[in-house]
Each structure stands twice: as structure tokens, then as C-alpha cells.
Design a protein around this ligand. Sequence first.
Ligand code: NAD
Ligand code: MG
Length: 333
Amino acid sequence: MDSNNRSPLSRRQVVGVVGAGAAAAAVGSARAQEPLAATAQPLTDPISKYPKPPFKQQSQPWPGLAGRMEPRPDHGEKSYKGSGRLAGRKALITGGDSGMGRAAAIAFAREGADVAINYHPDEEPDAREVVALIEQAGRKGLAIPGDLRDEKFCQDLVERAVQGLGGLDILVSNAGRQQAHASILDISSEQFDWTMKTNIYAPFWIIKAALPHLKPGSAIIATTSEQATDPTPDLYDYAQTKAATTNFVRSLGKQLASKGIRVNGVAPGPIWTPLQVSGGASIEKLEKFGAQTPFGRPGQPVELAGIYVQLASSENSYATGQVYGAAGGNGLP
Ligand code: NAD
Ligand code: MG
């Protein structure tokens, strides 16, 4: 066809074409939504969604196993659905065998990330389940057991994660030590040191080792606690470590901003995890665990999984130095 014969489209035609396109797109998107509507999750009442007290009396030697808790905690094994929000990311999670760390590990893998987990050697049975779940999500799962109170191990941990995953862009500093004591007089220097080494020194060592590997866009997430701002009387040593954690989230958030590395924290309320049944709470407190919250029950680890994903995801790129809470209606993050 000769160019002279080409009649330029009239405005009405253009509008018509665009309009038809827009209409087609609208139909397309309506169609695309049909399967979503079909798979929509029913509204669930947060009050009745998970077990509430009274709980069966139980106690385990430290560090405790999720697999031996009654009822078993929900880390999202059957429920968490990913949508590619962390596709191709490489994450290291301390305390990734159970509790919030396990919920984050499952969610990260289902969002498309390869995940290395650290845990104490006594937690091998829980850790094996998590690695299997990561692999079932089609991602690489690395198990790196070891005691975080050892500086050299913390450095090795990061190196092994970086080698095994081929890099690192998400670090979740989540492992923690909590032992309840009615009085400060009951806390030996050894116990005090144990809590400080696990909760304050280990994140310091791990973050220092990880930093040279983290590129702009990477994220550091620390698990802090409502105890940071609203401590209970039986957690004298633990609560002050969480105040320190909340504080380093805020200082490092500012310090690393110029490197494009975001640092944020998650502040849980009472969550049903092995930490609580292995000395973290007294037997009396455990029986009515979570009853004091407005929801009247403890949280389950999976109920925080979405917060870890959000803080890791680049969709959340303007948030740094923040602490996000989930405490059943109580607490200040
Ligand atoms: P959890 O017992 O499932 O996880 C804690 C993990 O810390 C353990 O699984 C273990 O792997 C790791 N850990 C502890 N000491 C270690 C050591 N010396 N070496 C290696 N690993 C070690 O319990 P959780 O409640 O999911 O705890 C995760 C984080 O959440 C902790 O930082 C805890 O302080 C925090 N937190 C818990 C609650 C709660 O009610 N459960 C509330 C607020 C904050
Ligand atoms: Mg554990």
C-alpha cells in the first residue's frame, strides 16, 4: 500500500480502538479475577482462629522442639501461600528451625527465596523438617547448625551461607535466649552472660560478617519483642536485650541507609514457640499463655510470617529503622 493511501486514523477511531482495548483489558482482568474469587480465603475471626488457653502443662529441656509441643505450633506448613515476592533472593535466618524463624523460612521459600537456616545442634529434628519444606517449595535449603555464642562460629556461619547460596541479600537475626526468673537474685552471671551472648553479641558478630556481602536493596530484619518497651518483671535480663535490639534497628537503619541496606525489626507479643516451653515462661504462665491479650490467646508463628516477608521485600523499600508489631492487641512495637 502506497503511503498516500494510508488514511490517518480519525480521533474517534483512535478513541474507539483504545476504548475497545481498555474494555478488552477490563474483561481480561475480570476474567483473571475469576479464579482468584474461586480460591478466596474465607474471612477468619482472629479470636477463634487458633488455640486459646488453658494449655496443657508441659516443659522441655532447653532449647526445646516445636515437634514436641502440644498443640503443635503453626508455622504455615499447610497454609502459607507465596506469590513470588522474594523470587531469586538469598536469605540467612538464625533460629530458623522453629518459631518465627521457621515461619519466615517457609514463607521466604514459598515466595521464591533460597534459604539457609542456623539452629542449635540439639534442634536437628525441627531443622530437618524445615529444610524439607524449603526444598518442597522448589528452593535451595541449607542447614548450618552451631552455637551462636561463639564469635568464630558466627563468622563461619555467614561465610557458609554466602558460599552455599551464592550470595546473601536477606539476613534475619532471629535466634534468642529467654529464661524466666522471678528475681534478679536468681540470675547467675553465667545465665546473664548466656542471654547477652545470644541476644546481643551474636547479632553484632553476624551483621558485621554479613555486611561486606550485602548489596544495595538488601534487608536486615531483627526479631525484637514487646518486652523492649513493656517488660514483665520475670524477664529482667531478656527484656533489656530486646530494648538493645530495638535500639540497634534504629541506629543501624540510619547508619546503613547510605548503603541502600534496610534494617527493620519485628516485635512479637506472646507467641506459641519452644522458647516459651523450655524455660521462657513459668508453668503457671504457660497454662494461661496469651490470655492477657485482647485476643485472649497467644499468636502462632505463621501469623507473623507476612511481616518478615514484607520487611524483606523491595515493595517495602521506604521502610528502614522501623519496628513492626504483632501482639494480639497489646504492646507497643
Ligand atoms: P524458638 O525457640 O522457636 O526460636 C529461638 C531459636 O533461637 C531456637 O530455635 C534456636 O535455634 C535459637 N538459639 C537460641 N540460642 C542459640 C544458640 N546459642 N545457638 C544457636 N541458636 C540458638 O522461639 P521463638 O519464640 O520463635 O524465638 C525467636 C525470636 O522471637 C527470639 O529472638 C525471641 O526472643 C523472639 N520473641 C519471642 C516471643 C515469644 O513469645 N515466643 C515474643 C517476642 C519475641
Ligand atoms: Mg528451635
